[in-house]
Write a protein that binds this ligand. Structure first.
Ligand SMILES: C[S@@+](CC[C@H](N)C(=O)[O-])C[C@H]1O[C@@H](n2cnc3c(N)ncnc32)[C@H](O)[C@@H]1O
Length: 322
């Protein structure tokens, strides 16, 4: 199954990123579910469930007399979720691989939940309407989603601004909306839902997962950035225009992932610009990928600061260091 319009790397790496996301969002999500109230015995649906972190919460709340289905298009994440559901002793849960854009669930649900899914869909209103049709009278739809403009650093940080720009352009290039948050009440009302309510949650912190998430997200959209930066050739042989740089990113992060010494280096056409964060990093692992005809072949090397400029002059197309 393909990845639809989803811009973030899937599979095991994508699942690991979602653990970090859940570390950041877990407390507010649990508070929201408690506030809404998931009665025991509820039949629940978690659309775009990823690795199932919230599906597990719903299954615990619904209890043995309830049932939860998690749906996602990423079969690797779903396999991991099935295994972990067993480890948590949750037998009232099942996971199904579907593209939600094409999926028509069988039956009605008491609770339908979606976190950070609508932002990835070109037509989120169509899905909300479909979900409403599958909500039992008196049931509830719970949506958590993002406004990517909310990122901030004090003092301002160019690396952060660049990372936000890359993410924003990646999602927009797939026709979706990285700023969907404020649109949610209208989308829900337009689908015919009543009694729509809204809360604003803004995770912030001085260290830990909330700061790391943007770096890990940047690492995990590298493939999308490259794809957008190097659009396929037209029949004329010319590449179509792209607003993204032709070479992508390095995110030098110190070996200690919790360290604040982070930065982003961007480059294009042999000119590379350091935005910040390099100083004091003893060793940087750089993952590049070369193209051998059709395939991207990942390579990895360790660089010191001195070696770094040499490697850049070779115009290594990509990315990422830890
Ligand atoms: C940002 S993740 C959020 C995962 C989960 N809701 C959570 O909060 O941990 C978005 C998830 O939606 C899935 N997804 C994106 N587009 C989808 C589609 N069209 N159909 C099904 N799943 C989709 C992705 O595979 C990914 O697992």
């Amino acid at each position: 199954m393909g990845t639809g319009t989803y811009v973030i790397r899937g599979g095991v790496e994508g699942r690991e990123r979602l653990r970090l996301l859940s570390e950041v969002m877990g407390p507010s999500t649990r508070a929201l579910l408690a506030e809404v109230g998931i009665p025991a015995g509820s039949i629940c649906l978690d659309v775009g469930c990823g690795g199932g972190d919230v599906t597990f919460e719903l299954a615990r709340a619904a209890g043995p007399s309830g049932r939860v289905i998690g749906v996602d298009l990423d079969e690797t994440k779903l396999d991991i979720a099935r295994r972990e559901a067993g480890q948590h002793g949750l037998s009232n849960i099942s996971f199904e691989a579907w593209d939600v854009v094409e999926w028509e669930p069988g039956g009605l649900f008491d609770v339908i939940y979606a976190r950070f899914l609508l932002t990835h869909l070109p037509n989120p209103g169509a899905l909300v309407s479909a979900l409403r049709r599958h909500t039992r009278p008196g049931g509830v739809i719970i949506v958590e989603d993002i406004d990517y403009r909310g990122h901030f650093a004090e003092p301002d940080c160019r690396a952060l601004a660049r990372a936000v720009e890359f993410y924003t352009k990646s999602v927009q290039a797939r026709g979706a909306d990285p700023h969907i948050g404020p649109r949610l009440p209208r989308l829900l009302r337009e689908s015919g839902l009543e009694d729509v309510q809204m809360r604003l949650v803004h995770p912030a912190g001085l260290h830990g997962g909330v700061k790391l998430l943007i770096c890990v997200t940047l690492e995990n959209i590298a493939d999308t950035i490259l794809a957008i930066a190097s659009p396929p050739r037209r029949s004329s042989g010319r590449r179509s225009k792209s607003s993204m740089p032709s070479h992508v990113i390095l995110t030098p992060c110190s070996a200690d992932r919790a360290s604040s010494k982070r930065g982003v280096v961007t480059g294009g056409r042999g000119r590379w610009e350091k935005i910040g964060g390099w100083d004091g990093l003893p060793d940087v692992r750089v993952r590049t990928s070369k193209t051998d005809g059709e395939h991207r072949v990942p390579t990895e090397s360790h660089l010191t600061k001195g070696q770094f400029s040499n490697s850049l002059s070779r115009n290594a197309p990509l990315t990422l260091a830890v």
